[in-house]
Design a binder for this molecule. Structure first.
Ligand code: SAM
Length: 351
């Protein structure tokens, strides 16, 4: 995969803080991998990195460097293209983007006057209309043309996400470990529930690492999977828990983990057969993280690790034969993915 970095020249800390921050925000949202500021402004850099961590996966980073020319030279030496955005350049409408698609790309934008050296040393000087406007708009339009709009559909698994609304604001959150414990305590979870949640969390993280799953989702999903037990004790506690989480504007992926964690999930027929007073639909784990939390829960009894056979036996005793079969299948599927029989993950190795 080629990488795209944005190099910001000429930043004047006293007057450009906001514009430079906006160049960085545009770089991130419109698909660049990194923002490089020539000169130092720790407030701008930390602000951008904080946005990346809260609203994204943190992979986009902002950094400061001293020497822009050296940076451009090294970029070219390592085989990348350099595009300088300027109103004096070739009009973007006549520029064939395919020319720059197969190599890493450094996009240079200025503030006030840009030194002639950059015009000379850029592979391409490109104008977004040969009229003066702004580095923010020029960068956004350039990146949008480069990606042909696809960058706008990128989905993030992030601490904060927006649920688009016709009116008003709706932001959901993925809570961290401490926030999850607080949530459980606020719902008056007892010690037994807290210890069980902690044990499932530790095991789920172990499995998640082996399966290369998203550990932020696993952390919150595992710690909160039984929050519904603070209200009901039956098979409906998964759904009840999910509804508690939705009311608290917890990320929908976490709510789904709670909703689908019972055994290896419940089918619509089982909801009807067991006369559960919850919406009649399937509650089967679909995502990797949903499957892992269900499996970890199946391997923990109270707060102790057990073999999957013990859990299967207890489901069979209650006449839940189909569920028992699904639990075994899920165990085999994840054991295969993790390249280890998950019965053999040792509780003493929990970190
Ligand atoms: N005379 C400057 C120039 O070189 O375009 C204008 C300075 S402008 C305030 C700051 C930056 O915005 C420029 O360095 C350039 O990167 C960008 N910019 C402004 N107008 C542009 C345009 N029409 N096309 C591409 N970039 C533009």
């Amino acid at each position: 995969m080629v990488k795209i970095y944005v190099l910001r020249l000429g930043h004047r800390p006293k007057r450009d803080k906001r514009v430079t921050t906006h160049v960085g925000l545009v770089a991130r949202t419109f698909g660049a991998d990194r923002f490089v500021l020539v000169g130092s402004d720790s407030k701008v850099i930390s602000g951008l990195n904080s946005v990346s961590n809260r609203w994204g996966d943190g992979k986009f980073e902002a950094e400061s460097i001293k020497d822009g020319k050296k940076y451009v030279n090294e970029w070219k030496k390592s085989g990348g293209f350099v595009v300088h955005l300027t109103m004096y350049g070739l009009n973007i409408s006549n520029f064939d983007m395919e020319k720059i698609k197969n190599k890493d790309l450094l996009v240079v934008v200025g503030a006030e006057k840009v030194e002639p050296w950059y015009y000379e040393n850029a592979d391409y000087n490109i104008a977004v209309a040969n009229q003066p406007h702004s580095e923010v708009s020029a960068l956004a339009i350039f990146l949008d043309r480069y990606y042909q709009g696809k960058e706008l559909d990128k989905e993030y698994i992030s601490k904060l996400s927006i649920k688009p609304m016709k009116k008003g604001k709706y932001v959901t959150v993925i809570p961290d470990e401490l926030e999850c414990i607080d949530l459980l305590k606020n719902e008056k979870a007892d010690d037994k529930l807290l210890q069980h949640s902690e044990a499932v969390y530790k095991l789920a993280i172990e499995i998640g690492r082996k399966a290369n799953a998203n550990l932020k989702l696993i952390t919150a999903g595992a710690l909160l999977h039984d929050i519904g037990k603070t209200k009901v004790k039956g098979l409906d506690h998964g759904y009840v828990g999910a509804e508690i989480l939705r009311r608290k504007r917890i990320n929908e992926e976490i709510a789904k983990i709670a909703e689908r964690h019972i055994g290896a999930g419940l089918t619509k027929e089982e909801i009807i057969k067991n006369r559960l007073n919850i919406p009649k639909k399937d509650y089967i784990p679909r995502t990797l993280e949903e499957k892992i939390v269900a499996e970890a829960d199946n391997l923990i009894n109270g707060s102790k690790k057990v073999n999957i056979e013990k859990t299967i036996e207890s489901y069979k005793k209650e006449g839940l034969n189909n569920s028992a079969e699904r639990i075994l299948k899920l165990h085999e599927e994840l054991s295969k993915k993790c390249k280890i029989d998950l019965n053999k993950i040792d509780s003493n190795n929990f970190k």
